[in-house]
Design a protein around this ligand. Sequence first.
Ligand SMILES: CC(C)(COP(=O)(O)OP(=O)(O)OC[C@H]1O[C@@H](n2cnc3c(N)ncnc32)[C@H](O)[C@@H]1OP(=O)(O)O)[C@@H](O)C(=O)NCCC(=O)NCCS
Length: 178
Amino acid sequence: MTENKFEFRIEPLGKAHDRAAFSCGIAALDNYLITQARQDVEKRVSAVFICTPDVRTVAGFYTLSQYSVNVGALPERVARKLPKYPEVPTSLLGRLAVSEQFRGQGLGEHLLIDALYRCLRQSKEIASAAVVVDAKDANAASFYQHYGFIGFPGIADRLFLPMKTIQAMFEGKQSQRR
Ligand SMILES: CC(C)(COP(=O)(O)OP(=O)(O)OC[C@H]1O[C@@H](n2cnc3c(N)ncnc32)[C@H](O)[C@@H]1OP(=O)(O)O)[C@@H](O)C(=O)NCCC(=O)NCCS
């Protein structure tokens, strides 16, 4: 098995991926991939991306969809910089998991960076003010906090990263002034 995370491709969920063998230790995430993910893709409610070293093995996955956030749910210092609309469009990174077999070699980061970059690219065609994540527990929340995600006040385990921050990560601060 390769140990270089960049040798793991990230591609849309397809028939060749062996979903049944996936195990990340959180039953809800395993069951989602095994029983629900294909239907969600077919019904266009989630886009599912698989991280694989060989086209078949599922080393990790994430899901993306569009999501509307009530501006009142955001921290005041963030909300006051937004236009006075009741809701803002965002991108929802609903699930992200790495198989227990592949933990601790940078694949969680590889998936997260891929998801953030995909959201940034999409936001240039269909606007999105932030990436929102649903962390399944405090441990998952701390993974996202490690990358600068900010908690929603009063909503346990829901966090966000402003798209401007993501743009600065990939394109540098200069590009924001264009
Ligand atoms: C959270 C998870 C995705 C991390 O995957 P991973 O491949 O083991 O993580 P990586 O090897 O890419 O770690 C990248 C960085 O994140 C850090 N990290 C990993 N898990 C972390 C956690 N729970 N809390 C804080 N930091 C964490 C690592 O220390 C590493 O930091 P460094 O680059 O500064 O050394 C994985 O443990 C997982 O799938 N857990 C179960 C499902 C889950 O909780 N999903 C998240 C939300 S639904």
